[in-house]
Ligand binder design. Structure first.
Ligand SMILES: Cc1ncc(COP(=O)(O)O)c(C=O)c1O
Length: 383
């Protein structure tokens, strides 16, 4: 929290000093499971066993804490591993969690099919509606209010500051999945949230070459609990994955600016296209979350969703026709991706209250030449 340097400086330098032995500017990949002790219990720098701590992971975790302005960061094998550690680290069977009604499908599945069996109840609500969140809280039982903002794939916006007050009034904690916005565009902890969650697989890693997750917490007590459960549950990120994720984090700021530039061009293009019935992007003044997004985000991100005239069949055809936009799940890499949420990322919520429209297409706008992206979409939309 003490580091007042700019975002990019923290992303590049926090968490690591050039190696005292060799001067290595980049954290080495410590491919070791264990560490020599100088006599029983004589640990060098606290390193004992790599599930508990590994220097490549320590460097990444320090940088993650710095860019989120948090007390401590923790790196996990995936975003869902981070979420499970958080939930079972902070909640007990018999308690309750409020969830977004358009949460990432895998997050909903985790709560619905795994945490519920363990004894944790959940209520999905529209997190852009503060009264609905307040009404869903069960006093004395609700432990977490869980928010994604913007949400995946409908890009709804939740007011972090207001929801932190609602959660805290009820004795609950506010958790913000900051995967879509990234710490460059939005810092939930500085707005009052208690925990920021990431699938670092996405923008933080940024190159579609590593799966990972992270938690950053705002205070010492939460740090102690998560640190204990990270080691006790063991879903840690390995040193090779930490190396790649940390390398990605260093360029997050410049990449996000280009993602936003390109997304703005794509939104403008889609909004003027006859084959598109609706464009969903928090940067549009008519987006219902625009005012809140403008308050809490630096810019509006690289994710764009749109609905296609011609329904599901045409939405699927658009996904098949692009050439630069690659048909695939995931998001946040340098390359543009297109997907059909109903049949792909959100297939696990089909038939539930969280089902997404069948004519919806989601874009993860990459950092290629913008004109090439527009030409590709024009072709795919039959222009
Ligand atoms: C917003 C969001 N949160 C969490 C996750 C889960 O992360 P992972 O796939 O790294 O387990 C995803 C994955 O797509 C996501 O989009």
């Amino acid at each position: 929290m003490a580091d007042k340097s700019g975002f990019e400086t923290r992303a590049i330098h926090a968490g690591y000093e050039p190696d005292p032995t060799t001067g290595a500017v980049i954290p080495p990949i410590f491919a070791t499971s264990t560490y020599k002790q100088d006599g029983v219990g004589g640990l060098r720098g606290g390193y004992e066993y790599s599930r508990s701590a590994n220097p490549t992971r320590t460097a990444l975790e320090g940088a993650l804490a710095a860019v989120e302005d948090g007390e401590r960061g923790f790196a996990f094998a995936s975003g869902l591993a981070a979420e499970d550690t958080l939930v079972r680290g902070l909640c007990a069977p018999g308690e309750h969690v409020v969830l977004p009604d358009d949460a990432y499908g895998g997050t909903f599945r985790l709560f619905d099919k795994v945490e519920q069996v363990w004894g944790l109840a959940h209520t999905p609500v529209p997190v852009s509606d503060i009264d609905a969140v307040r009404a869903a809280i069960r006093p004395g039982e609700t432990r977490l209010v869980w928010v994604e903002t913007p949400t995946n794939p409908l890009l709804n916006v939740a007011d972090i500051e207001a929801l932190a007050a609602v959660a805290h009034d009820a004795g609950a904690l506010l958790v913000v999945d900051n995967t879509f916005a990234t710490p460059y565009l939005q810092q939930p902890l500085t707005l009052g949230a208690d925990v920021a969650v990431h699938s670092t697989t996405k923008y933080v890693g940024g190159h579609s070459d590593v799966v990972g997750g992270a938690l950053v917490v705002r205070d010492h007590e939460l740090a102690e609990r998560i640190g204990f459960h990270q080691n006790a549950m063991g879903a840690v990120a390995g040193p090779f994955d930490c190396f790649l994720t940390h390398r990605g984090l260093k360029t997050l700021g410049v990449r996000m600016d280009r993602h936003c530039d390109n997304a703005e061009r794509v939104v403008e293009f889609l909004a003027g296209h006859d084959a598109v019935t609706d464009v969903i992007y928090p940067g549009l003044p008519e987006h219902p979350g625009h005012a809140v997004a403008s308050r809490q985000m630096r810019r509006y991100g690289g994710m764009v969703s749109f609905r296609v005239a011609g329904g599901e069949a045409e939405a699927l055809a658009v996904c098949d026709r692009t050439r630069v936009f690659i048909l695939g799940e995931s998001l946040g890499g340098v390359e543009s991706l297109i997907e059909h949420p109903g049949r792909m990322t959100h297939a696990s919520v089909a038939g539930t209250d969280l089902e997404v429209p069948a004519d919806l297409v989601r874009l993860s706008v990459g950092i290629e030449t913008a004109d090439d992206l527009l030409a590709d979409l024009d072709h795919a939309l039959g222009g």
